[in-house]
Ligand binder design. Structure first.
Ligand SMILES: [Zn+2]
Length: 165
């Protein structure tokens, strides 16, 4: 198990990782100075309308296993917006996991929103989640429509791979 909690030894409002982007789709005015962001006052980027601290932060920062493949998928989307490469790699199945994602070196991506279209658990250890994620790069808007596959192993869900629709 990758110890992704190590960088955030005390879980609390002050330990929210600095977001590169405003995590909400409500505005295009991206706030660069996010030092006042607080986990009790920001909505979760995954679009659940819950506080980040009551939603994906529990899995990203709290080391709590996501209870379903959909919850894991949502938390992975949230991790892309933050970005939290450590969490993305920790929740990637070892059979398909890349050694690194290089998010910090990538062209800055502004994640705009997530829509989960379908969650289908095919058996106790396998599930598929279909989603549409929207984002902007260099001022251009993109839409990613993917069906992701997940596997349940050692008490946790892992992302395996995805097919772009
Ligand atoms: Zn969430």
């Amino acid at each position: 198990m990758v110890d992704f909690i190590r960088d955030f030894p005390c879980i609390g409002p002050r330990t929210v990782p600095r977001a590169r982007f405003n995590t909400q789709a409500r505005t295009d005015q991206v706030s660069v100075d996010d030092t006042n962001m607080n986990s009790s006052s920001i909505l979760c980027p995954c679009g659940s309308n819950k506080d980040f601290s009551d939603c994906c932060a529990r899995y990203i920062d709290g080391n709590e296993p996501a209870p379903t493949a959909e919850a894991l998928m949502r938390s992975r989307y949230a991790a892309y917006t933050l970005p939290r490469e450590d969490y993305l790699l920790a929740t990637w199945h070892s059979s398909t996991r890349p050694s690194a994602l290089g998010l910090a070196e990538d062209i800055p991506t502004q994640w705009i929103g997530l829509q989960v279209k379908r969650h289908e658990q095919t058996d106790a250890e396998h599930a598929r989640v279909e989603f549409v994620a929207r984002y902007k790069m260099n001022g251009r808007a993109y839409r990613l429509h993917e069906v992701s596959r997940f596997v349940f192993e050692n008490g946790r869900w892992f992302y395996v791979d995805g097919e772009v629709e």
